[in-house]
Design a protein around this ligand. Structure first.
Ligand code: PLP
Length: 426
């Protein structure tokens, strides 16, 4: 049964991400999705260039993921995690312990990326409290970073794009460091750590942790920085006794060409956040991992426990889906696929650099970014993209694509041609 989509009701009542209810942006009704394609109400199909915001790995409606979800539903979709455990959570945790950087053995499973970040910050605070250093209560964060929309997460997002002035009375004032200056493809500069080192020198006594997105700053600017920054940030955090939180909610599970972006630098953070890709884009699920040292500290502290426990913690359906997605990824030739996508994206997008409206083109793994000189009109550009048969949702000066790993050359070409077409005719 297909039902007509009630766009009027949608416009009148339903908020979409970062939109107005008085002047809503147009929305497109999707009725089904399969592989790399989204199907609209009128039957037309769009090549998906967004992986539903970094989350889809294997394409939509994948039979293996669907079957594992159906099998789990028939056992139990959900059961509380307080006083109860189950194999989906255990199997997922076994995989995460094995796959993530060394030492991250203690896992908190939650329901969304922002919550995973909240949990990571709470872990850092509780740890220092347990060490008799409750004054270490602020966070160091990078400018142009993005870590989520809840209040603690927002407090470590870039102050401008995170609209800190709007929430000035409600956000803790954190300490910001300029974003890493050396890009991934540039030669490393010996003075590139000065800003971070000076900040640590001045603030380590009040700093619980440095939080960053390793190698790829996503929503805050689609910026790829030199892995040496991470190597040295790890060493500086150790030197100044500040924890390191790696937010791999966007980069985890292969998107940058490594299973985790920390692997570019061969480092282990003290706390790691995963989300988005964890279930292959099927359901909301997130995880925060930490070390034995931090976990023991927290549990020997005043509270004696870690003070967090969402209702849908460890949701069996989501955990089972994550297990299926991880197994599917590991059984695939994902490294070759992502390397191939990087080549195709580079080949198809790089020619855009000659267009005077384009400021930069850069690609890493299965991420291709076209940066414009002027911010784009989202409604206008999206309309053209849909007419061209592609789904790309730009923001600001960033028109970026990150297709599911199963995308072929034809799909990448179609995405790139649509972008090229828009900037040639606009
Ligand atoms: C998307 C994202 C988040 C927030 O995740 P949600 O599931 O949207 O709450 C946090 N950090 C990074 C790096 C992200 O890309």
């Amino acid at each position: 049964m297909t039902q007509k989509i009630d766009y009027q009701f949608d416009q009148d009542h339903i908020w979409h991400p970062y939109t107005s209810l008085t002047e809503p942006l147009p929305v497109y009704g999707v009725v089904a999705a399969k592989g790399c394609y989204l199907q609209l109400e009128d039957g037309s199909e769009l090549v998906d260039g967004m992986s539903s915001w970094w989350s889809t790995l294997h394409g939509y409606n994948h039979p293996v993921l669907n079957d594992s979800m159906k099998a789990q539903i028939d056992k139990m979709a959900h059961v509380m995690f307080g006083g109860i455990t189950h194999n989906p959570a255990i199997e997922l945790s076994k995989r995460l312990v094995k796959l993530t950087p060394e030492g991250l053995d203690k896992i908190f499973i939650s329901d969304s990326g922002s919550v995973a970040v909240e949990v990571s910050m709470k872990m850092a605070l509780q740890y220092w409290h347990s060490q008799g250093k409750a004054e270490k209560s602020k966070f160091l964060a990078l400018e142009k970073g993005y870590h989520g929309d809840t209040f603690a997460a927002m407090s470590v997002c870039d102050p401008i794009t995170g609209m800190h002035t709007l929430f000035a009375n409600n956000l803790q004032k954190q300490i910001f460091v300029e974003r890493p200056s050396v890009k991934i493809n540039q030669t490393w500069q010996a003075n590139a750590m000065t800003a971070l080192e000076n900040t640590l020198k001045n603030h380590h006594h009040e700093a619980a942790a440095l939080i960053l997105e390793p190698v790829v700053q996503g929503t805050g600017g689609m910026y790829f920085y030199h892995p040496e920054y991470l190597v040295q940030a790890r060493a500086l955090c150790d030197k100044y006794d500040v924890l390191l939180i790696a937010d791999e909610i966007a980069t985890g599970f292969g998107r940058t060409g490594k299973l985790f972006a920390c692997e570019w630098a061969g480092i282990s953070p003290d706390i790691l956040c995963l989300g988005k890709t964890l279930t292959g884009g099927m359901m909301s699920l997130a995880a925060t991992l930490t070390t034995e040292k931090i976990a023991t500290g927290i549990c020997n502290g005043e509270a004696g426990v870690f003070m967090h426990g969402p209702t849908f913690m460890g949701n069996p359906l989501a955990c089972a889906t994550a297990v299926a997605s991880i197994d599917l990824l590991l059984a695939s030739d994902w490294q070759k696929k992502v390397a191939q996508l990087e080549k195709w994206l580079t080949k198809c997008l790089l020619p855009l650099k000659t267009n005077p409206k384009i400021a930069d083109v850069r690609c890493l793994g299965a991420i291709g970014v076209v940066e414009t000189h002027e911010p784009v009109n989202v409604a206008q550009i999206q309309k053209v993209f849909v007419e061209q048969g592609v789904w790309i949702r730009p923001f600001g000066k960033l028109v970026y694509i990150m297709p599911p790993y199963i995308a072929g050359l034809a799909e990448v070409e179609k995405l790139a041609h649509a972008i090229e077409y828009y900037f040639e005719q606009s």
